[in-house]
Design a protein. Structure first.
Ligand code: SIN
Length: 189
């Protein structure tokens, strides 16, 4: 697979057939909302959890020194809380460009906090994409994140901004919070 998924994503879904288009954000799409949306609300998806297993060559790192950003991995019996955005099809040129470093759009069921279940799209980075870095210990993840920076800023800001946004939404994510704690220890030593 190439490192730029933009053309792959364009052909993945026929968005013109949908009455409502929903997008599920679980990472930077929660705290950096640089796209137009019609409405948003808290939501969750089932069977996936956040992991800092995806490499970032274009936002939070550089090709010679990739940072770490989130993807979703399958896990039984878990829920992943995030934000559902109702959007129109014209935001996807921008979003596909933003998420081009290995992410593909998948269809999934979003459980909106208001009680509705809707079909939606989510960007996830699979283990077979060229930027994938995979599992590492919390200490290793935090160390790499602490050291990396890219065109969108220091990698650690991704963690801090996300952790703050999750807390503001009442979400507990021990993977994210453990990395945040390890980073804060490094900041203070
Ligand atoms: C997302 O936020 O939903 C996708 C991953 C990211 O851009 O951090």
């Amino acid at each position: 697979m190439t490192l730029d998924t933009q053309s792959l994503n364009k052909d993945r879904q026929d968005l013109s057939k949908l009455d409502e288009i929903w997008l599920f954000g679980y990472g930077s799409l929660i705290y950096k909302v640089d796209f137009r949306f019609i409405r948003s609300e808290k939501a969750h998806i089932l069977g996936y959890e956040r992991r800092f297993w995806q490499g970032s060559h274009d936002h939070r790192g550089i090709p010679e020194k990739p940072g770490r950003v989130l993807t979703l991995v399958e896990a039984e019996g878990v829920r992943c809380g995030g934000i559902a955005f109702q959007v129109s099809h014209d935001v996807f040129d921008h979003l596909d460009h933003r998420e081009k470093n290995g992410y593909l759009r998948y269809e999934t069921v979003l459980h909106l906090d208001s009680g509705r279940e809707v079909k939606g799209l989510v960007y996830t980075a699979d283990a077979d994409n060229d930027a994938y870095l995979g599992e590492a210990s919390i200490a290793e993840l935090a160390h790499q994140i602490y050291e990396c920076t890219g065109p969108s800023g220091p990698n650690r800001e991704y963690v801090y901004d996300l952790a703050a946004a999750l807390r503001a939404n009442g979400e507990i994510d021990e993977h994210v919070f453990a990395i945040e704690r390890a980073l804060l220890v490094m900041e203070n030593t």
